[in-house]
Ligand binder design. Sequence first.
Ligand SMILES: [Zn+2]
Length: 316
Amino acid sequence: MATPNQKSAQGPAPGSSNAMPLTSEFQLVSSLAKLQDLEKKIHELRTFMPHGLLEPLVPIANPEKATLDNPIAETPKILRDSLDETARARVADVQQFQSLWRDPEMLSVWSHVESRIKESNGLLLQPTGKWERDYDVLLEELAQKEKSNVDERTQEEEHVERVKVQSTEGEWKNVLERFVQRNVPGVRVIQGQDGPSLAVALVRAGVVFQVRGAAETGSPVSDWEVSSKVAGRPPTKLENAILGCLESRPRKWDIAFLLDMISSYADIKQTPCVKCNRLTNDAAQLPVLRRPQANQQFAEGTPRIYTFDALHSGCI
Ligand SMILES: [Zn+2]
């Protein structure tokens, strides 16, 4: 295993003030994966001298080893050029390795390794001299596990919210009332006459959506369905594109989420894509996808207001 004692690669000084302590299992495995990768690269670097540099000569000495990538040079000039090119590529590989080694993220790793070697009176940390695990595989497993823990927590939280909202009779009318009071620019909402239903008009975009709460008789609304049936005309291309995105939304039971999501289209003709920063893409399409912004913070006890990022379908 490569240790920071290899002065030739100039690892940063141990105990440097930027070094973060390695505490969690995840950090340790991630660090080991980086070290393992660096070691693999060291083995690759060893083949550069002289073989890597002299590659263009191989098919001249052994014509049967000529390949499409490395053919027999037809003239001395071509040979000279490909030797130059090979040398430049190898130098770039060495430089890339050096920058990986000196990467700020490696600082704490080197510091940790150094202190552990000191603690063990200079003994190497892996006495077998072999890696016994594939740490990149282990890291992937840990990341998956962490993600499914987070997903599970999110689902549990949503379940609690949903039960709370659905256990209050007519809660959707309160949500609607709060929304109307916010006076969101470009958005008009009208409550329907028959049961849980409403119409949402995006005035500037010239789009109207019908929203209807689906529920078994006597049960709370389990799902809000959106359509764009406007009397006398079929839905436009834009309406259909927006509907497609609304249909694939999460929290379908949550009218507050839906109203904020529909409102995010109020200025669709002026809202550029967060990824490519353009309004229309090469296919002249507007960014019709909406993704809830990451890490939204909601104050405890106050109604949530959701915000969304606009994206083209090809920019996810
Ligand atoms: Zn885009």
